[in-house]
Design a protein around this ligand. Structure first.
Ligand SMILES: O=C(CCC(O)(O)[C@H](Cc1ccccc1)NC(=O)c1ccccc1)N[C@@H](Cc1ccccc1)C(=O)O
Ligand SMILES: [Zn+2]
Length: 592
């Protein structure tokens, strides 16, 4: 084994330029495919991905000739330890790796081109199904949309997914991990990761139960108690979102105090003639107001920010690093809605992270952990979504009403987006980890999915489900092979980042009122942490920005404190009980 550390450094330098080369080619081919889905582009994408995998596998094999433990430099050792992080490329059987790579491309195509027949029309996911689920208040129409999407993509994906699980587990097994879940959790470098997550969930669960009970009561008032019994789980299609993951689109049905200023600014955005480009410019302007790095010329020239005419694309939003330190893009089918304004900030948060760590060695061009990458944009969006800021950018007219009732309305809308999300984000990879480690077998994937959906979220499907269905496949990240626990981590740590940046900006008073717009101190605190990339273990990055090393739900609890108090009181006064009884009639494993 080679113990010469200088030789190791030279090897790493050569690795870095080769990695940039192969990663750039693979990203370009993937971009060409996702922005123009057709057989030729899929073939080119598969080939470029296989070339990158071949490079990653060879680099990993070559790296084992070095005696890493004998090295003294921490950074050199950390870089070598990241050589093992090669994912699907661990699959040494080339026929199987080809099959897995094509499966991934095919699953992405099925999901992205899925359509729901509606009379003489075909409804596409974005914007048709998204808008109807957000805006329709017709119980049966919502059920048609909810079922239609699952019928369009679930059954087709089910068998593809089973094969993907087998092949991916084999690939990861060759790297020495027990299964894919074990590999994905290893990125957090935290032996107590699962216990830490459960502790965070238990800390925020009481708040979720109060919100769930309140929303169930208000929906019962609107749709009728015969449709929504106050002891039952909530039918999944009534929550304004295809996966019931966030409930902010039904804010109008659950608004605590009527007659206050509108805080849903979608209509204001439309009335003031905002378009996708305006949304992107507003977002960038917030980032640069903090002294953070602006988007590059390549970004504005080559991003895809609206759904193009006349070709199939992957609409699901994503941010792209082309590993050449100047080309960074967002791909998004932007609609003029407040939801999408939030997503623009989310995606731009990824780009800002790319920009801040672009001069790190390639293996360090990642978030401190995957949850950090997801938290950047959302943390800034917490500031942007304050009524104070929305007024400042012209989306709320007139005098700002800042009385207690207006504040409860605002916190309710934030809770529908942030608190409602936590059980969904937590259960997504609970299900997947069980599929990968065999606790969930191929013939009960759907039933186990709905058991977890009921256990954590207290929702049930509006129509019977069985194992011919594959409802997990109807959420992008599952056929797209994208882990999800990162979003649970993000929705916790983004409040830690937000509180730290608010303190740095000199904010005083309730946390939820903080807008650190134009604060160079807040921007400096965040930027310095982002520059680290994944070069240091994430507790060090957490300490750099918050002064503490652990994840903590305390800032989130502090942020929502006035609402939690109000919800408890309101549920008590109205005799609303929290929780739900186990509910069977809607879920059946009997074949159709
Ligand atoms: O999935 C997303 C946004 C897409 C993304 O930015 O997280 C995207 C997902 C993705 C897509 C394709 C391949 C890999 C991942 N992630 C990125 O574009 C990304 C992430 C890390 C580094 C570089 C790019 N949000 C989640 C959760 C969420 C987050 C914030 C607000 C609402 C909802 C969802 O919609 O369920
Ligand atoms: Zn993201």
């Amino acid at each position: 084994l080679i113990t010469d550390e200088e030789q190791a450094r030279q090897w790493l330098d050569q690795y870095n330029s080769l990695a940039e080369h192969y990663y750039s080619l693979a990203e370009e081919a993937n971009w060409a495919y996702e922005t123009n889905i057709n057989p030729q582009n899929q073939q080119a994408q598969v080939q470029a991905s296989l070339n990158r995998d071949k490079f990653k596998k060879e680099a990993y094999d070559n790296s084992t000739q070095f005696d890493v433990n004998s090295f003294t430099n921490e950074t050199v050792k950390r870089l070598f330890n990241k050589m093992k992080n090669i994912g699907n490329a661990g699959l040494s059987d080339q026929t199987k790796l080809n099959r897995l790579t094509r499966l991934l491309a095919d699953m992405k195509q099925v999901y992205s081109t899925g359509k729901v027949p509606d009379g003489d029309r075909e409804l596409v996911f974005e914007p048709d199904l998204t808008n109807e689920l957000a805006n329709s208040r017709d119980y049966d129409r919502l059920q048609f949309i909810w079922k239609g999407w699952r019928d369009a993509v679930g059954p087709t994906l089910r068998d593809m997914y089973k094969e993907y699980v087998t092949l991916k587990n084999e690939a990861i097994g060759e790297l020495g991990y027990n299964d894919v879940g074990d590999y994905w959790r290893s990125w957090y470098e935290t032996p107590t990761f699962e216990d830490d997550l459960e502790a965070l969930w238990q800390e925020v669960r009481p708040m979720y139960l109060e919100l769930h009970a309140y929303v169930r009561r208000r929906l019962g008032e609107f749709y009728g108690k015969d449709k929504i019994d106050e002891n039952d789980p909530i039918p999944a299609h009534l929550l304004g979102n295809m996966w019931s993951q966030q409930w902010n689109n039904i804010y109008d049905l659950v608004e605590p105090f009527s007659g206050k200023q509108r805080i849903d600014v979608t209509s204001a955005m439309v009335n003031k003639g905002w378009d996708a480009l305006r949304m992107f410019n507003e977002s960038e302007q917030f980032f640069t107001s903090l002294g953070l790095i602006p988007m590059t010329p390549d970004f504005w020239r080559d991003s895809m920010i609206v759904r193009p005419e006349g070709r199939e694309v992957v609409c699901y939003a994503s941010a792209w690093d082309f590993y050449n330190r100047r080309d960074f893009r967002i791909k998004m089918c932007t609609e003029v809605t407040q939801d999408d304004l939030q997503t623009v900030h989310h995606e731009m948060g990824h780009i800002e992270y790319f920009l801040q760590y672009k001069d790190q060695p390639v293996p360090f061009r990642d978030g401190a952990n995957p949850g950090f990458h997801e938290a950047v944009g959302d943390c800034l969006a917490l500031s942007v979504s304050t009524p104070k800021h929305l007024k400042e950018i012209g989306l709320i007219d007139g005098v700002l009403q800042e009385d207690d009732e207006a504040d409860i309305n605002y916190l309710m809308k934030q809770a529908l987006e942030k608190i409602a999300f936590l059980p969904f984000a937590y259960m997504m990879d609970q299900w997947r980890w069980k599929v990968f480690d065999g606790r969930i077998t191929p013939d009960n994937m759907n039933q186990e999915w709905w058991k977890l959906r009921q256990q954590y979220q207290g929702i049930v499907p509006p129509v019977k489900r069985d194992e011919n269905d594959f409802d997990p496949g109807c959420k992008f990240h599952i056929p797209a092979d994208v882990p999800y626990i990162r979003y649970f981590v993000s929705f916790i740590v983004q409040f830690q980042f937000y509180e730290a940046m608010c303190d740095a900006s000199g904010h005083t008073g309730p946390l939820y009122k903080c807008d650190f717009y134009r604060s160079p101190e807040a921007g400096q605190l965040l930027g310095d942490m982002l520059k680290l990339g994944s070069s240091r273990p994430w507790p060090e990055a957490m300490e750099a920005i918050t002064g503490r090393r652990a994840m903590s739900a305390a800032p989130l609890v502090r942020y929502f404190e006035p609402l939690t108090t109000w919800l408890r009181q309101n549920n008590t006064d109205s005799g609303t009980k929290t929780g739900w009884t186990r509910f069977e009639p809607w879920t059946s494993s009997a074949p159709k």
